[in-house]
Ligand binder design. Structure first.
Ligand SMILES: Cc1cc2nc3c(=O)[nH]c(=O)nc-3n(C[C@H](O)[C@H](O)[C@H](O)COP(=O)(O)OP(=O)(O)OC[C@H]3O[C@@H](n4cnc5c(N)ncnc54)[C@H](O)[C@@H]3O)c2cc1C
Length: 168
């Protein structure tokens, strides 16, 4: 989503909303949180929360909740608990900037797709030039799509180029 975020950053900070429990609705999550608080009623909330959410996020959630860091589970009010549920379902993440091309895994831009014959990956402008992978202007999500793109287009280009040289 960094492309969209990059566009929006032109207008100011961007806030992402992270749902830490996408499979639970607010009601079910509230029941689970209540169970956690009851089971750990003698513990400090900060020591019980890492059983519920990833350890590294727990202090951030406590910070965002504005609750006393040392509060005991049994002392958490209904209001505070419901606020916590809201936070776990929509944790705000403020984006101030992108990390730039140094850290980029995928970047936008490249050769316009209208200039490429996708049956062979050959340039429509320069007949002996084949264009594959990252050099193409294709936006894609991360998660293997980039490697798939370079392997597939590389295979198509290699096959077409070999065929062309055999035909000569
Ligand atoms: C940190 C990182 C993590 C990534 N993780 C993933 C991932 O998990 N999954 C996924 O799908 N994709 C991932 N990618 C993206 C993926 O690696 C690229 O999309 C893919 O490698 C692109 O392949 P390519 O052959 O098009 O280009 P490249 O792999 O960049 O190959 C281009 C080659 O051309 C060479 N070259 C450049 N200029 C010249 C020149 N003038 N003469 C001769 N050679 C030249 C370069 O040295 C390079 O070896 C990641 C990328 C980065 C940077």
């Amino acid at each position: 989503m960094s492309k969209d975020v990059g566009e929006l950053l032109k207008y100011g900070d961007v806030v992402l909303s992270l749902d830490l429990f996408p499979a639970e609705d607010q009601g079910t999550l509230d029941i689970k949180l209540r169970e956690l608080l009851t089971t750990n009623n003698k513990k400090k909330f900060q020591n019980a929360l890492p059983d519920f959410i990833p350890k590294a996020i727990a202090p951030v959630v406590i910070d965002l909740s504005n609750m006393n860091k040392d509060i005991q589970c049994s002392n958490i009010t209904r209001e505070e608990r419901l606020k916590l549920v809201g936070l776990l379902k929509a944790m705000p993440l403020h984006v101030h900037k992108l990390l730039g091309t140094e850290k980029a895994i995928v970047t936008s831009g490249g050769v316009a797709l209208s200039e490429v014959d996708f049956k062979t990956m050959r340039s429509r402008l320069f007949p002996n030039l084949y264009l594959i992978g990252d050099i193409l202007n294709i936006d894609r999500p991360s998660g293997g799509y980039s490697l798939q793109l370079c392997w597939t287009t590389g295979f198509v280009a290699g096959t077409a180029a070999a065929k062309k040289s055999n035909d000569v």
